[in-house]
Every structure is written in structure tokens, then in C-alpha cells.
Design a protein around this ligand. Structure first.
Ligand SMILES: Cc1ncc(COP(=O)(O)O)c(C=O)c1O
Length: 400
């Protein structure tokens, strides 16, 4: 018997929460529970029919099955540049400043592997997308969380971050900072003045700022890019994605936007990880990026209706929440009397057959919250309301 041990870099890295929880939900469904999941943010709507058509047409051609360029198809890079110009008013050189990715998640890992040495500092939002933390750890960094809270509108406290950096005595080390607005999980929208402050802070403290921007087209009137502040410079790398904006989450298409030098450095790592993306997928993605603005309106109309139903459910649960949230979720504070989001999530799962995500999986600052996804049809969300009422879990309502 071989005595294989997992590599020490995996210490402290657990299986992704949803990977475990979805197995439990499958098991409950097998037992006939018929769980309605408001957990993961995986759009249930299809991409635009023209996008599917391009995929079909291109994949029936003989010449589209070969290995592709590591830098992505020029057609897709041009489409990304045009999209950034049209919706964010940011000019990018498609040859040098754009790198197509298999989703924004892939980029998070690649950036860490490209720029982090053991002991370097990676600033992670708490609450925030769990992958920032695991990617930083896998790259050997010491992730340091900076806290976001409701009182601060889920925006960083620069004084606190300065202290964190100072305490770690990082003068000789690289510092990377992940930010993400619209923020997941809180739904906090991007604010121009915050972006300006972040860029100024990063420059002043020699921080490489990573802006993860996959939600800017979801329930957000004005999509914003961190690159709007001063274009592509040393300071900012932006990640974006077609997963949510174009209902293409399973296709795995995202992008990295940065100064040419960053793109080249990251490509040194990435080109050793994969061998390019299937060309028909890239061409279909280019089609998706050229859809008219009415596409986003249509997508958001559905989410708007669902959001109203989610708000009814949250009122039923006695949760408080802001109505000014962007992105694919609604983030809500649990009522007094319930210990934390995990307890509320379990209560709903086992007694009402409804799954919601406990806020604590995004960091301790999310302990008193739950996150509900808009990726279920309105009828299903309203059925959750009925299930909760029927289970009689929340007799007295204490809503904002
Ligand atoms: C904040 C955040 N960043 C990145 C991702 C990953 O997106 P993609 O599908 O583009 O890899 C997600 C997905 O849930 C997310 O919530």
C-alpha cells in the first residue's frame, strides 16, 4: 500500500462548502424531501439563442477542434475590448491587456500563483468569496482578513488595513488585496469615490489591487470597473466573467484585464496549466458580449421579480435587509434569538425543506447573516414562503 500524504499546501484547505452541502441536499432529495435550494448563484436561465447558435455552427466546422492560442482568440479579445469600451468606457489594447480565462475563479488562483511567495501578505475581505482565501493559502501566502460591516456599508476601513499591514511588518514583502464590488455576499454596490480611494491607497502602500467584478450587470444600473479610475496601470488587475451577466456559468468564460506586463506574467503561469479554450466557446462568448443592452434588461427583469419574492420570504423569516443590493443574491441579517446563520440555515433545511446559505461561510463577519440566491423561479421562492409558514417556525414577525 502506498503511503501517500496530501501536500502540506493543502493543510487548512477543506472541500468547498457547497461541494459538501450539495451532496447532503442530494441525499435528502433521495429520501424524498424535495429541497428547494436558494443556495448557489448558478443562473437557471439559458444564454441568448444566438450564442447557442454560434456554438453549434462553429463546432460543426472541421477547423475548430485544434488546440487554441494560450492568449485566447483575437475575436474574443476584441469583443472583450469593445464590451469594456461600451459599458465601462475603458479602453483596452486587445493584443496586450486582455487575457480570456475559464471563469473569474481561475484568475484568482493564477494571480496568486504568479505574484505570491510564501509569507507574502494577501488581504481578504471578511465577508468575501471563499476562493480568495484558499487561493492565497495554496500559493503559500498568509491571508489577512480585513473586516467589512453593515455600519460601514461593507466598505473597507483603510485605517484598519494600514494597521494590519504595519503589524505584519511587510515592508519587504508583496501585498495583494482582493476587492469585489458589487460585493458578494453583501450586495453592496460599487461607488466611484470608493474606487478612487482604493486605487490611491493601493498606490501609496505598494499594494496590487485585484478587483473581482463578476456581478456588475446584475441588478446594478451603472456597471463600474476599477479601471475607470486611471486606466491600466501597475496598481489594478480586474477580473470579469460571463457566468452571471450572460447566463453562461457552466461554459467557464471569464477575463483578466490589466497592464501588458501583468498579462504576460500571469500567462507564464496559465500557459503551463491549460492549453487554451475550445474555439467555438470563445466565438460564442464573443457573440454574447456583442448582444444589445436589451439582453441585460431582460435578464434583470426576471431577477427583479424574484427579488421581490425573496423579500417576502425574508420578511416571513423576520430577517432585516437592504433593498439596495446588486448581484445575484439578497444578504439578510437574521432575527434576534437565533444564534447564527448556520442555525437558521439548518432549521430551514430540516424543517421546511428550504436551503439558504449561512453567511458564516464567507467569514466570521457574516455569522449573523444568510444569503439567498435569485437563481430559482419566482414560483419556487413563493413556495418557500408557504413551506416556512406551514412549518410554523416564525410565528412572530419582527421585520425592519
Ligand atoms: C465574488 C465571486 N467571484 C468570482 C466568482 C467565480 O465566477 P466564475 O464563474 O466567473 O469563475 C464567483 C462565483 O460565484 C463569485 O461570487
Amino acid at each position: 500500500m502506498y503511503n501517500m500524504k496530501t501536500a502540506s499546501r493543502l493543510e487548512g484547505i477543506g472541500e468547498y462548502y457547497f461541494s459538501k452541502k450539495l451532496r447532503e441536499i442530494e441525499e435528502l432529495n433521495r429520501l424524498g424531501k424535495n429541497i428547494i435550494s436558494l443556495g448557489i448563484g448558478s443562473p437557471d436561465q439559458a444564454p441568448h439563442p444566438d450564442v447557442i447558435r454560434v456554438l453549434h455552427e462553429e463546432s460543426s466546422k472541421a477547423g475548430t477542434h485544434a488546440y487554441q492560442s494560450y492568449k485566447g482568440s483575437p475575436v474574443l479579445r476584441k469583443a472583450i475590448a469593445d464590451w469594456y469600451k461600451e459599458y465601462y468606457q475603458v479602453s483596452l489594447n486587445p493584443e496586450q491587456e486582455i487575457l480570456p480565462l475559464a471563469g473569474s475563479k481561475e484568475g484568482i488562483m493564477h494571480i496568486c500563483m504568479t505574484y505570491i511567495n510564501p509569507g507574502d501578505l494577501v488581504l481578504i475581505p471578511n465577508p468575501g468569496y471563499p476562493t480568495y482565501q484558499s487561493a492565497a493559502r495554496l500559493a503559500g501566502a498568509a491571508p489577512v482578513v480585513y473586516e467589512l460591516n453593515e455600519e460601514n456599508n461593507w466598505m473597507p476601513d483603510f485605517g484598519e488595513i494600514k494597521d494590519l499591514i504595519g503589524r505584519k511588518q511587510v515592508t519587504q514583502k508583496s501585498v495583494l488585496m482582493f476587492v469585489n464590488y458589487p460585493h458578494m455576499p453583501s450586495g453592496q454596490r460599487p461607488v466611484r469615490s470608493l474606487f478612487e480611494k482604493l486605487v490611491a491607497f493601493a498606490k501609496e502602500n505598494q499594494i496590487l489591487l485585484i478587483h473581482d467584478n463578476p456581478y456588475s450587470f446584475i441588478l446594478n444600473e451603472e456597471p463600474m470597473s476599477m479601471l475607470q479610475v486611471e486606466g491600466v496601470t501597475d496598481t489594478v488587475i480586474e477580473l470579469n466573467s460571463l457566468s452571471k451577466s450572460h447566463n453562461m456559468v457552466g461554459w467557464r468564460v471569464g477575463m483578466l484585464l490589466a497592464k501588458a506586463e501583468h498579462v504576460e506574467n500571469i500567462l507564464r503561469f496559465k500557459s503551463n496549466m491549460d492549453s487554451g479554450m475550445f474555439l467555438p466557446v470563445q466565438l460564442a462568448a464573443a457573440k454574447a458580449l456583442s448582444l444589445p443592452a436589451s439582453w441585460y434588461e431582460q435578464v434583470n427583469k426576471i431577477y427583479q421579480t424574484r427579488k421581490k419574492a425573496i423579500e417576502v420570504l425574508l420578511q416571513e423569516l423576520g430577517c432585516s435587509f437592504s433593498r439596495e443590493q446588486s448581484g445575484l443574491f439578497v444578504w439578510a441579517r437574521i432575527p434576534e434569538g437565533i444564534k447564527d446563520g448556520y442555525d437558521l440555515s439548518d432549521l430551514l433545511l430540516y424543517q421546511a425543506n428550504v436551503f439558504v446559505t449561512p453567511g458564516g461561510i464567507f467569514g466570521t463577519a457574516g455569522d449573523k447573516y444568510i444569503r439567498l440566491s435569485l437563481c430559482a423561479p419566482e414560483g419556487k421562492i413563493l413556495e418557500c414562503v408557504e413551506r416556512v409558514q406551514k412549518a410554523g417556525l416564525f410565528k412572530s414577525k419582527h421585520h425592519v
